[in-house]
Ligand binder design. Structure first.
Ligand SMILES: [Mg+2]
Length: 245
């Protein structure tokens, strides 16, 4: 498996196991807090084990792992969110959760995958699948459920509708699939929230930058990013200008 294939395999495999876990837990009427923690842990352990098997020398930065910072000087670092949108995961009616896998090599994004198991969608770099045709007549921005003041101002200034949902991976998938035109995350995020979404969206031909218009740098000592914009190319200039105001 090359790095793209491995990223895709890890995201899809973890997604399948998470779907199974949720189904069994629902039948057993499990406690949603426990299910959320179980999902984080099962997915994290599975991905770590597979990485150890397939890429034993690589480093890992995971939302659910301990970070001893040895990765900062490493050449190859996998940045993973084993379960993005874990607060929505316990609810069978919610599709708003994802698995994020990204690989940084020599400071650059090398490969990535975002699995959205409840939607049956998997986005993997290197697959040659570009962004889908737009589905809406009116431009549509998707945002997270909090910090929406700035985003609603931007939506208004470019004449777009605004919708909100959970999980950065799901919102990224909505833009790649043509359901939304722009994803704006109006607050800071961790690298594991943003890295795989940036990887798969750029690979599909979308534009991605931080809220202040600058490019991302991943595998930093403090792994945070300054917000996230993922946009169809035809809207990126308008959004950049609206953000400056
Ligand atoms: Mg998570």
């Amino acid at each position: 498996m090359n790095d793209h294939e491995l990223a895709g395999y890890l995201a899809e495999y973890a997604g399948i196991e998470l779907l199974k876990l949720r189904e069994v837990a629902h039948q057993e009427r499990a406690n949603s807090w426990q299910l959320r923690d179980q999902g984080d842990l099962i997915s994290h352990n599975l991905i770590k084990e597979e990485l150890l098997k397939h890429r034993p020398d690589d480093h890992v930065l995971s939302e659910e792992g301990t970070d001893d910072r040895s990765r900062v000087d490493a050449d190859r670092v996998w940045i993973i969110d084993p379960l993005d949108g874990s607060q929505d995961f316990p609810y069978p009616e919610s599709a708003e959760w994802a698995v994020h896998i990204a690989l940084i090599e020599s400071g650059e994004i090398k490969a990535g995958a975002v699995a959205c198991p409840s939607l049956g969608r998997h986005h993997v770099t290197g697959s040659g699948v570009g962004v889908a045709a737009r589905k809406n007549e009116e431009p549509l921005i998707v945002s997270n459920r909090w910090n929406t003041y700035q985003v609603s101002t931007i939506a208004e200034s470019i004449g777009a509708q605004l919708t909100c949902c959970g999980s950065a991976g799901i919102k990224t998938s909505l833009v790649i699939s043509g359901d939304a035109d722009v994803y704006i995350h109006g607050s800071g995020l961790y690298e594991w929230d943003a890295c795989a979404p940036v990887a798969v969206s750029r690979d599909a031909g979308l534009v991605a930058f931080q809220l202040d218009g600058t490019d991302f740098k991943f595998n930093k000592e403090t792994p945070v990013v300054r917000g996230l914009v993922i946009s169809r190319p035809e809207y990126s200039k308008l959004v950049r200008e609206a953000l400056k105001q």
